[in-house]
Structures are given as C-alpha cells and as structure tokens.
Design a protein around this ligand. Sequence first.
Ligand SMILES: Nc1nc2c(ncn2[C@@H]2O[C@H](COP(=O)(O)OP(=O)(O)O)[C@@H](O)[C@H]2O)c(=O)[nH]1
Ligand SMILES: [Mg+2]
Length: 232
Amino acid sequence: MELVAILVAVLVVLLTLGLTRCVYGRQKRGNRILFVGLNDSGKTKMFLRLVSGKEAKTQTSIKENKGSLAIKLGNKEQIAELVDIPGHERVRSHVLDQYKDGVRGIVLVIDSANLEGRDVAELVYDILADAFFGGNRIPLLLACNKQDMPTAKSQAVIKSLLEKEIDALRVTRSAALEGIDNTKSPDKNAFIGKQGKPFEFSHISCPINFAECACTSDTDMKPVQTWIENLF
Ligand SMILES: Nc1nc2c(ncn2[C@@H]2O[C@H](COP(=O)(O)OP(=O)(O)O)[C@@H](O)[C@H]2O)c(=O)[nH]1
Ligand SMILES: [Mg+2]
C-alpha cells in the first residue's frame, strides 16, 4: 500500500515537472526574431525588406528598430516581432539582454563580400556560449548576406572559416576563464563544442543553419524569410 502511495507521489511530481517545463518552455518561446551582426553587414536593410517588403536606404543605427512580419499558417496568421539590434558592441550586448525573453530565433547577418572572420566568430561565440540562448536551444541562422556582390564568399567557405576562427577563440577564451575579469559576463568564456575535438557547428545543440542571401531583391531574401516562417 505504502509503495503504491510512494509511486503515485513520484508520478505526480514527475508529471507536474513535465507540465511546468512544457508551459514554461512555450512561454519563453515567444515571437521575437533578433537580427544581429557587425556594423554594415546589412541588418537594417534586411529588417526593412522583411517588414515593408521594399528596399530601403539605411543609416548606422544606435537604437534598435522594431517591426512585424505576418506569418501565414494555413488560414491562420501569426505575427513575428522583428528586432534589428544595433551593431556597436557596447550597445549590442545591452540591447540583446533586453530582448532575450520571448526570442524564437536569431538571424546573424554576415557581410560575405567583406568577411571579417575573427569579429564574426566573436559574435557567434558570444551567442552560442550564452546560457540563455544555449539553454533554450534558440535556433540560429547565419545569413551570408551580400551574395549579389562578385567578391562574396559562399556559405560553405564562410562556415569552415568560422569553425577555424571559433576553434582558435576557444583557446583564448578558456585561458581568460582563469583571468580576473570574468565577473561581468560569466558565460562569455564558456567552452562550446566538444572537448578534444576541433570546433564544428554540428557539435552544438542549438539548431544552426546557414543561408546565402542578398537584400537587393525579394527572391534573394527568400532563404531568410523561409527560415523565419519555419520557426512558427
Ligand atoms: N550589395 C549589397 N549591399 C547591401 C546588402 N545588404 C546591405 N547592403 C548595404 O550595406 C550597407 C550597410 O547596410 P545596413 O543595413 O545599414 O547594415 P547594418 O549596419 O548591419 O544595419 C548599406 O550601404 C546597404 O545598402 C546586400 O545584400 N547587397
Ligand atoms: Mg543598422
């Protein structure tokens, strides 16, 4: 009799845990899509194209832009909230923190024509090492933008270049772990990937995709739009 009672109690606890996880998980999975990237990668242009469907002139932004994108799900419609996060590092991490809750996906915009591999790798590292993004397995799209330019590198080239850069960064960052200034951003130096193996995106538990795109036409923006739609 007692055993049955204990078993029932354990079951109830497990079910409650499962349910809260489910509900909590869903709540966290909001409708927000964040656009991050270095300055001039094309975040604002991409954001404006998706929001208004038109090509627009942009300026370097210091404040985030917000807009919405209607996602059709059969005959229903859901609204994605797009947030264009400014590129300056100081502003970026602050704004990112502000918009973490309710994030459904992150689009990291890369200038494929003028690839600053090391700096992009730093940004990718920050996101993958972030306890919130990592813990909630927030999907990440590496949008290899400006493919209309003749000098643009392909997504395959960018991927392997970033893997090499991140591999090198892991060494410096874990060395920094033993350093002094680790209090401000404790996640920043967390190890990502598999110990003892060269860094590969496939070792990360967050869903990561690459896409080639350009903000010059709707057709060239399609891979990004499709990725966002598939999150809903
Ligand atoms: N050729 C080309 N230029 C682009 C593309 N996307 C953005 N740009 C240009 O790159 C510059 C920076 O774009 P912007 O959206 O302001 O970048 P942000 O700083 O990341 O917001 C602007 O001159 C854009 O017109 C693209 O796909 N192709
Ligand atoms: Mg901008």
